[in-house]
Structure formats: C-alpha cells, structure tokens
Design a protein around this ligand. Structure first.
Ligand code: R5P
Length: 296
C-alpha cells in the first residue's frame, strides 16, 4: 500500500501513512499558465494499492471544484500507471447537500460528482458525509463506500475539558451527532429546529425547555460553512442565559469569515477535526482513517 498526500491533505496523509507504517508520497503539482492542472507521481505505483487522500472543502484559496479535478486526474493517472487498487480518502465530501431537486431543472450535483469519482475508485472512505435524504452513501458512490464517524473522537475531546457539558445540535439532522457525542459522556442533549430561508439566512428554534444554567453548552454540527447556523444557535442558547458556549464541528469550512462571526456571536471556543486543515483543526482523524485502511 502507498498513501499519497494530494495537495489539499498532505499533512493528514502523512499522519495516516505513519500510523500504517506504509509507503508515502506526495504529488508534484502545479498549474499551467492557462490554469490547467499538472500532476506527477513521484514514486512507482504499479501493482500497489494506492490511497489518494484529498479533502474536498474550500481551503487554501481553492474551492471544492478544483480539488475534485486534482483528485480525478490523480486517480486516472494512478490507474494509467498500473495501480492494483485505488482508494479515495475524501475526509470532507463536497456536494452532499445537493441531494434532491429542490426546484425543477436543478442538478442533483451530489450524484454527478459521485458518479464521476466512482469511475476511478475501487473504494471510497469519508467521514460524516452529509447523509440527510440519502440513507446510504452507496446511493451516491458506486465504488465500495466506507463511512466513518467522528462522534467518538469529539466525545473524547470534550471529556476532561468540560465539567458539566450539555450538547446542542442546531437542527434536526444534527441529532445523529448530538446524541452520539452525548451518550458516552452521559450528559444531556437537545436538537433545535432550523428554518433555512436562503444560503445565508437561517433561524433556529428550541423544541423543548432546556436548563442551561451552570452548564458548558457545546454546539455540535457536521458542517460549518457560512456559520449562520451556528451563529443562530449560539444566539439562541445565549438568550436562555448560557454563559459558557463552545462549538465543535466535524468539517470546518468557514466560508465568508464564518469563524470570526461565530466568535463575535459569543462562542468561547471553536474546534473542528482535521478533515479540513486550519486553525481550529484540533481533533485528529488520522487514526480513524488508518484503522479503516487496515482491511485493504
Ligand atoms: C446542514 O444541514 C448542515 O448540517 C449544517 O448545519 C449546514 O451545512 C451549515 O451551513 P452554514 O454554516 O452555512 O449555516
């Protein structure tokens, strides 16, 4: 097996390879003057199980589309060079929120991306993909999909750091994370009701009475994109009188200055996993991914 650190996930890929004690390489990559992508493998991949690690989130000034293209070209090249098996590790899987046609004529882009990437993969590994209307990732990725969850790591992170945690999920879909994070901690949790009016306009409502006094309120969600969902949740718990409010996200995308908006709203700390690299990425998922690769 050889682990390949694709441009968006070099440091995570290095950690995975170290944990697996297997071969590691990066890709030589650059842009041609016209913006097209140049990719070159620096080690032989013929006959190997090639693990391409590339997160698909907005980061380092490039968006998901560019990262998808880099990954496609890398996977195609690996096959072309005689790889035995290709495993795509995409810690953050982009486009999963476009899972139905909300309006006539719209693209279901999760399927478009899933179908194309599946063409060049024998297996796909990801962490907490946004499975809302899809029951399983298999509906989107035909290549053998493996879905990992970061809830256990988040619980571990909270344990020892917070004395009296209470977990809040900002919307109905966040129940899966809020309940899984709260369970091993033996603490309470609740999920709010969210109404989304547009990409940047959401409102959240409490569905039950919650006593937040003296508690460390920890708002947990899968994706923090524009941050509006979290900002509204922070404001909501503050209205109830919460003083110690913390935010933990699986995938910290932080588009459009989201991080400072969340801090300004009153969050004392904002922490995410390193599925997306960045200042908040304190929870390491490399062990989780490495363990899932042991079967290949
Ligand atoms: C949506 O259902 C997700 O779980 C997140 O709550 C959402 O994607 C966050 O988006 P934003 O940060 O733009 O409000």
């Amino acid at each position: 097996m050889i682990v390949v650190g694709c441009p968006a996930s070099v440091s995570l890929a290095q950690r995975i390879a170290k944990k697996l004690k297997c071969k590691y390489t990066t890709l030589e990559h650059r842009h041609y003057p016209d913006g097209e992508i140049y990719i070159r493998f620096m080690k032989k991949v013929k006959g190997e199980t090639v693990v391409l690690v590339q997160t698909l989130a907005l980061s380092d000034n490039s968006g998901p589309n560019h990262k998808i293209m880099e990954l496609l070209i890398a996977a195609h090249t690996a096959r072309d060079l005689g790889a035995k098996k290709i495993v795509l590790v995409m810690p953050y899987l982009a486009y999963m929120r476009q899972d139905i046609r909300f309006n006539p004529g719209e693209s279901i882009s999760s399927r478009a991306v899933g179908e194309v990437l599946s063409l060049y993969a024998d297996a796909v590994i990801t962490i907490d993909p946004h499975l809302h209307r899809y029951k399983s990732l298999r509906e989107v990725y035909h290549a053998d999909p493996c879905v990992l969850g970061a809830a256990g790591l988040i619980s571990e992170y909270i344990k020892g750091r917070f004395k009296n945690p209470f977990i809040v999920g900002p919307d109905k879909e966040s129940y899966q994370w809020a309940s899984k994070v709260a369970e091993p901690l033996g603490c309470g949790h609740t999920v709010l009701l969210k109404k989304r009016y547009s990409d940047r306009h959401v409102e959240v409502f409490f569905q039950e009475e919650v006593d937040v006094r003296g508690k460390d309120i920890i708002i947990v969600d899968d994706i923090i994109s524009t941050g509006h969902t979290i900002v509204e949740a922070v404001k909501g718990v503050r209205k109830l009188g919460a003083k110690k409010i913390h935010v933990i996200g699986v995938h910290g995308i932080f588009a459009e200055g989201a991080l400072s908006k969340i801090r300004k709203a009153g969050a004392k700390s904002v922490v995410t996993t390193n599925t997306v690299p960045g200042r908040t990425a304190e929870i390491d998922v490399s062990g989780l991914i490495a363990a899932s690769l042991k079967g290949f």
